[in-house]
Write a protein that binds this ligand. Structure first.
Ligand code: HAM
Length: 418
């Protein structure tokens, strides 16, 4: 038997109602904040990701699915949506259109990570990208959209963790201070962090190894090395949260695993998720559009992991499933009348089904029970001849006779409100 790939999951019919509900809710919240959907390709040239995300990040160093095209061009399955959205923004000259431009996307992403609960190799993100304003209120809009969306789904124990990564100049001034601190603790750092100290020292602050965490407990913090410009941006973000009543927690270790960020960086975490505790994350990336060959263009965005949301979504958040009618038709006249009735119900906009293997009333009722339909229409030869069928409530077992032509209207009024 050929099996699916490790870390790449099927989403089975029992699970898809949960997914559809989350995706519909994401679209609704994106609409409310004025984000329009963009659909970008699943694969792009490798340099797009290497240049945007950063050559010395875990994603680019070891997690990308990269393969040569037939002409030798190196292609990569997208590990995230920001790079492709920025490429499309530049390629279609969207900066010539009125700003700001606000996009959202929903779709699969690919990273060769070690699979575990909430961490997959093919996973799905809902993301937004907001181009064209440096105003801290845009950062807040993006974060508030994610916060409101996740809270509306009633996900438990959410925390908004936030930090400022300063401007590029702030980081350039801070990094030597950090590296000199790390050099003093080099004996306590893991091998990976010793290497990162040279290639991407900020990431050492994000290491989960307990020894590294202890060693960097009193490391100098970037948030204490902000320029007046970065500090006032951050202060305005935080004070706007107060206006909205959205609680936050400063996390000076939050540095993000992608290199394009500046100023605001954030994650929304939940204690219900275990080790992979970020439900969604993002930040400002004012230099990326220009880095990829576009105009100077401030931008901010986030992406949320749909698998993690699906894992946490309480059953009570889901709407009840749409009611469906089971047509139990049997006999030489009942059978054809049943085919006509199924068609009439579906044309009226109702969900209707039958099991064609059942040929007796008893067989049909067993299937009706299994199908989860709330109502069954019992339609044998006698009913077909009389022009009326018996409607049976599958829960209460109450029955009622209804003329065949009236059945679509009968069910439509019964199911009103769904
Ligand atoms: P990220 O932090 O790499 O950011 O991913 C965002 C979210 O995607 C994570 O918080 C997590 O919920 C989910 N996620 C990431 N990797 C996996 C995985 N292997 N399995 C399951 N879920 C995963 C970005 O991707 C940025 N592009 C976000 C952004 C948009 N920043 C600005 N705009």
């Amino acid at each position: 038997m050929i099996k699916g790939i490790k870390g790449v999951k099927d989403i089975l019919p029992e699970e898809t109602p949960r997914w559809r509900f989350i995706e519909e809710s994401a679209r609704r919240w994106a609409d409310r904040y004025g984000f329009r959907e963009i659909r970008i390709p699943i694969f792009e040239v490798t340099t797009l990701f290497a240049r945007s995300i950063g050559a010395a990040t875990d994603i680019v160093e070891k997690e990308m699915y990269t393969f040569p095209d037939r002409d030798g061009t190196s292609l990569t399955l997208r590990p995230e949506g920001t790079a492709g959205t920025v490429r499309a923004f530049i390629e279609h000259n969207r900066s010539a259109d009125p700003l700001p431009q606000k996009y959202f996307y929903i779709g699969p992403m690919f990273r060769h990570e070690r699979p575990q609960a909430g961490r997959l190799r093919q996973f799905h993100q809902f993301g937004v990208e907001y181009f064209g304003t440096q105003d801290p209120k845009a950062d807040v809009d993006v974060i508030a959209l994610l916060w409101r969306f996740l809270s509306d789904l009633a996900l438990p124990d959410l925390t908004l963790e936030i930090n400022s990564l300063g401007t590029a100049a702030d980081r350039a001034a801070y990094l030597p201070v950090l590296v000199s601190f790390l050099k003093g603790r080099i004996g306590d750092l893991c091998d990976n962090c010793r290497r990162r100290m040279e290639t991407n020292p900020l990431r050492v602050l994000d290491c989960k190894v307990p020894g590294c965490r202890a060693a960097t407990e009193d490391a100098p913090q970037l948030v204490s090395h902000l320029s007046p410009q970065a500090k006032s941006h951050f202060d305005e973000v935080l004070s706007t949260f107060a206006v909205l009543g959205i609680p936050w927690r400063l996390n000076p270790r939050l540095v993000r695993g992608l290199d394009y960020y500046c100023l605001t960086a954030f994650e929304i975490t939940s204690s219900h998720l275990g080790a992979q505790n970020a439900v969604g994350a993002g930040g400002r990336y004012d230099g990326l559009v220009e880095l990829l060959g576009g105009p100077a263009m401030p931008a901010v965005g986030f992406a949320a992991g749909l698998e993690r949301i699906a894992m946490m979504l309480p059953e009570t958040s889901l709407p009840p499933s749409l009611p469906s009618v089971y047509v139990a038709a049997f006999g030489s006249q009942g059978g054809p009348a049943g085919v006509r009735l199924l068609d009439a119900l579906r044309l009226a906009g109702l969900s209707a089904q039958s099991d064609y293997r059942a040929t007796t009333l008893k067989g049909h009722l067993r299937q009706a029970d299994r199908s989860g339909c709330r109502f069954a229409v019992l339609l044998g030869d006698d009913e077909a001849k009389s022009g009326s069928a018996v409607v049976r409530n599958m829960d209460s077992k109450a029955q009622e006779t209804v003329p065949l032509p009236d059945l679509p209207r009968y069910f439509l009024s019964l199911f009103k409100g769904f």
